[in-house]
Ligand binder design. Structure first.
Ligand SMILES: NC(=O)c1ccc[n+]([C@@H]2O[C@H](COP(=O)([O-])OP(=O)(O)OC[C@H]3O[C@@H](n4cnc5c(N)ncnc54)[C@H](O)[C@@H]3O)[C@@H](O)[C@H]2O)c1
Length: 270
């Protein structure tokens, strides 16, 4: 059911790779809720052409941008404001990539060039997006900016390796830039810490299926799906959450506050 929560709002959505992507679901819901937006992804991720199908459904313009490139981001904000006919009301940063994870490197055998790439793509890019938006004066008052995070920012998960540091930096950037943009323009900046979700990025982590099931058993409400994450993100883009900022918002069915559950006790007692 749609509520017109984003009627008249203009946005930029990063990270819709295929129909499993969390950003893909956010784009569909934002469209349902009346928003106009541009879609963007790294040029290399667009080769499959999947994003064009989404753009057609949502009436969105696709503008390629490597989120680590200031030049690409400047072009993205300029073209987005042109295509949408005004300044931006919401931005979704749904970007994560670790060459160390992709190439199966152990945490005791990190390639540091790749480590820096992980941090640049998955965390610094969030700062770059906001710095470019600020310098271009591209945001409307009360705009809302959301990035997606994971609980490995606070707890250790063996196979999440350098992405854990990237998520910790991402959440810290949300607080620091949230303070700045809040004071300057009443703009909100938050991260949503999402349950394990079956997407390309998620399934790239070894042992993913086991910790997906573990998290599901440890969460009184069960794992949050990509669609549910999209619902929450839409509420953060709406005018109903204007005083929520500088938060890391747990969207995990209660996982982060569970010690153990009966379901897990039963499973381990077998
Ligand atoms: N899937 C999970 O279990 C899970 C859980 C919590 C948080 N998250 C986070 O959600 C976000 C979205 O991931 P997803 O699960 O939808 O997977 P996904 O693989 O569909 O999305 C990741 C996106 O990052 C994009 N990307 C990579 N490098 C880029 C670059 N240089 N410039 C621009 N874009 C780039 C990819 O093209 C892709 O679209 C990520 O931040 C991820 O860490 C995922």
């Amino acid at each position: 059911m749609a509520y017109n929560l984003l009627k008249g709002k203009r946005g930029i959505i990063f990270g819709a790779l295929d129909e499993n992507s969390i950003a893909w679901k956010v784009a569909l819901k934002a469209h349902e809720e009346g928003a106009q937006f541009t879609l963007t992804n790294a040029p290399i991720a667009m080769r499959m052409g999947e994003i064009n199908k989404l753009a057609e459904t949502c009436g969105a313009t696709v503008i390629p941008a490597d989120a680590t490139s200031i030049e690409d981001l400047e072009n993205l904000f300029a073209k987005s404001m042109e295509a949408l006919g005004g300044k931006i009301d919401f931005v979704l940063h749904s970007i994560g990539m670790s060459p160390n994870i992709r190439k199966g490197r152990d945490y005791g055998d990190m390639n540091y060039e790749w480590f820096l790439k992980t941090l640049d793509i998955s965390a610094l890019s969030f700062h770059k997006v906001m710095q470019v938006a600020e310098k271009k004066d591209a945001l409307n008052e009360y705009a809302s900016i959301v990035a997606l995070s994971y609980i490995a920012a606070q707890r250790s998960f063996p196979d999440y390796t350098d992405m854990a540091q990237a998520k910790a930096a991402l959440e810290s950037i949300a607080r620091s830039y949230g303070a700045r943009l809040g004071k300057m323009k009443k703009v909100r900046v938050n991260t949503i810490s999402q349950s394990p979700t079956k997407t390309t990025a998620g399934k790239g982590i070894s042992g993913f299926d086991a910790f997906y099931d573990f998290a599901d058993m440890m969460s009184p409400l069960g794992n949050a799906s990509a669609e549910e994450c999209a619902d929450y993100t839409i509420s953060m883009f709406s005018d109903l959450t204007r005083k929520v900022t500088m938060q890391n918002l747990m969207h995990d069915g209660g996982f982060c506050h569970s010690g153990i559950t009966n379901e897990l006790i039963e499973r381990l007692s077998k």
